[in-house]
Design a protein around this ligand. Structure first.
Ligand code: AQP
Length: 480
């Protein structure tokens, strides 16, 4: 529907404002002290309010030094009429979108426009970048631009459900390290509440929590830059938001989750937590106003559900948290088991020969890789569908040897005539060298136990204020 008349339907009484989003989210701004201004921003998935809008840019555009930002969507905020608005600040990247939804807090529906219609609406209303009044101020806030220009808050978690595997390393940890270098705000956590879904032995779980922290430190996570905390240390916030989210999540969606289907087949008792796990995961992410979630491909479906839940919350109660994006590695997003190329390498797998663990000794690595399943075709080719095991080994080599930007045929050509034996030998070598410093650092850390406590204590101190603020806002929004 293109409905320019709706834009003129109501008068609006606020100094400014507007919210724009291409996916039905609502975001409100009040700019006090400026001229009545319509603000059209190509916002997508951005983090904290401060990150959303650089007020100094806005102040210079408005020629005012008294611009303030007010969080949340205001009741009664309505569509604009020509008389009230003196100027429009228009983020030009809006026109990169296929569809634009204009929506206000007072209405439950949005006006869908294509970019050209928006241009017509603005022209109809008399806004023109050539004239002085009403003024159209085109500006590129860069919100639709690349990740480099956008502030991101990164979050990701790992379950202390077993010894960390090469799957965790390639699917998550190396990506976490890249994010730490790229972005200022990085939160990583031990998802210990999640690991209860498979009813671990309490003493084992306690040990694993510490071991997982030590392994993460040994992998070289820069904990001056990044925050590492334990989920259950802030469990009240996580579970309260998860409860609010659960009331918004259709039960049927949870049953569609592949991981639930797979894991419930392995469990004697299928706890409700196994099914509601993705809701807790959505809360873990939203609680920290996170925008980017580096995960392996196995989490893609859960992340999509998280995005749905956050959108639903924002849509119903007003903008409260950004809709996060998954950041899934392009090469080797899902590391497969060494013994079955159709299964992911998983730390809770009972068959330990299927996994390379980050703390495996060189002999163990060599033994496992030697016994890894391949097929009878001596020519090595990437073929995910028909030759999953060979593809898995080739992909591991490609990423671990730092050749991930090369095309697959270059790797195939490199192994031409070397056969599975040659591939296994070279893979072993590169695995041993990659994991050696991790194992050595871990052994060093294991001699003193205090560092784990210090790291976790600092993590809580840095994470709690954000969790507290988001939960308070979410509760207020839903009427609590
Ligand atoms: N095989 C994998 N390939 C790519 N990424 C992976 N990840 C895990 N396995 C692979 C990524 O590692 C992060 C933490 O994962 P997790 O602790 O949630 O899952 P897990 O290691 O797979 O542990 P479990 O207990 O054995 O869980 P399930 O039963 O789910 O397999 C995530 O970013 C994940 O994507």
């Amino acid at each position: 529907m293109s409905d320019a008349s709706l834009l003129r339907e109501k008068n609006y009484s606020h100094n400014v404002v507007y919210e724009y989003d291409c996916r039905n989210l609502v975001r409100g701004f009040v700019l006090k002290g400026g001229k009545p201004t319509l603000l059209l921003i190509a916002e997508e998935n951005l983090g904290s309010p401060e990150a959303l809008l650089d007020l100094s840019i806005l102040e210079s555009l408005l020629g005012s030094s008294s611009v303030t930002y007010e969080d949340g969507v205001l009741d009664g905020l309505s569509l604009v009429s020509q008389g009230a608005v003196e100027q429009v600040i228009l983020d030009e990247s809006i026109f990169d979108r296929e569809r634009i939804y204009l929506k206000t807090a007072g209405r439950s529906s949005a006006v869908e426009l294509n970019p050209e219609d928006l241009r017509k609406v603005l022209a109809d209303l008399g806004f023109d970048s050539e004239s002085d009044k009403p003024r159209l101020i085109p500006y590129d806030f860069g919100y639709a631009a690349s990740e480099q220009t956008t502030k991101q808050r990164v979050i990701s978690g790992i379950q202390p459900s077993g010894d960390m595997t090469l799957g965790n390393y390639l699917g998550a940890i190396i990506n976490w390290k890249k994010q730490i270098e790229k972005y200022d705000e990085n939160f990583f956590f031990l998802a210990d509440l999640h690991s209860l879904t498979v009813l671990p032995d309490p003493a084992d779980l306690r040990d694993r929590i510490r071991q997982t922290v030590m392994t993460l430190i040994a992998c070289g996570l820069d904990l001056k830059q990044a925050v590492l905390f334990r989920q259950s240390d802030l469990g009240g916030y996580h579970s309260e938001l998860a409860w609010i989210f659960s009331c918004l999540t259709p039960e049927g969606r949870l049953e569609q989750m592949t991981q639930f289907k797979e894991k419930s087949q392995k469990q004697q008792i299928i706890g409700t937590g196994l099914k509601t796990y993705p809701i807790l995961m959505a809360a873990d992410i939203a609680l920290y106003q996170s925008t980017l979630v580096p995960v392996g491909d196995d989490q893609r479906q859960h992340l999509e559900l998280c995005r749905e839940i956050v959108r639903r919350f924002n849509h119903r109660y007003g903008y409260t948290m950004p809709v996060p994006k998954a950041d899934i590695p392009k090469a080797l997003a899902r590391v497969k088991s060494l013994t079955d190329g159709t299964k992911k390498m998983s730390k809770s797998d009972e068959n330990r020969d299927g996994c390379v663990y980050l703390l495996d000794s060189p002999d163990e690595i060599s033994r496992k890789v030697k016994r890894a399943k391949t097929d009878s075709d001596p020519t090595l080719r990437f073929d995910e569908d028909n030759r999953p095991e060979v593809t898995n080994l080739l992909s591991m080599f490609k990423v671990l040897s730092g050749r991930d930007s090369e095309p697959n045929d270059a790797i195939e050509a490199y192994f031409n005539g070397k056969g599975a034996k040659g591939l296994k030998e070279e893979l072993t070598e590169v695995l041993v060298e990659t994991l050696r410093p991790i194992r050595e650092k871990y052994n060093e850390l294991a001699t003193t136990s205090e560092q784990v406590d210090v790291v976790l204590k600092q993590g809580v101190e840095r994470a709690e204020p954000i969790a507290k603020k988001t939960l308070a806002l979410a509760k207020q929004r839903v009427g609590l």
